[in-house]
Design a protein around this ligand. Structure first.
Ligand code: FES
Length: 108
């Protein structure tokens, strides 16, 4: 599958043949600047991304844990998600996400 990641400088990076299990892992594997401090258990908020509206409705809904973490993440928006809570599937092929600014509590 293919993903497009927009980094914090506004640069689009195309990832081809992605086979990572989650969006967080795909972004980390590509060497992009995503802290993902807790390793993917929705307890750090450092994998905060903005999901392109086109495929937002295809994602599983935000659960209670993710919602609580997003509430304390800097600059939460309506399309904010934690990348570690987004399993990748062919349904999400072509997904574009933008790394949220200062996706780390240290920078908040
Ligand atoms: S990696 Fe920590 S919340 Fe996603």
């Amino acid at each position: 599958m293919k993903l497009t990641i927009v980094d914090r400088a506004g640069q689009s990076i195309e990832l081809e043949n992605v086979s990572a299990p989650t969006l967080m892992r795909a972004i980390s594997d590509a060497g992009l600047d995503l802290t993902a401090q807790c390793g993917g258990c929705a307890s750090c908020g450092t994998c905060h991304v903005y999901v392109d509206e086109a495929l937002l409705s295809k994602l599983k809904p935000v659960d209670e844990n993710e919602d609580a973490m997003l509430d304390v993440a800097p600059e939460r928006r309506q399309n904010s998600r934690l990348a570690c809570q987004i399993p990748l599937s062919e349904e999400l092929d072509g997904l574009t996400v933008t790394l949220a600014p200062g996706s780390s509590f240290e920078e908040a």
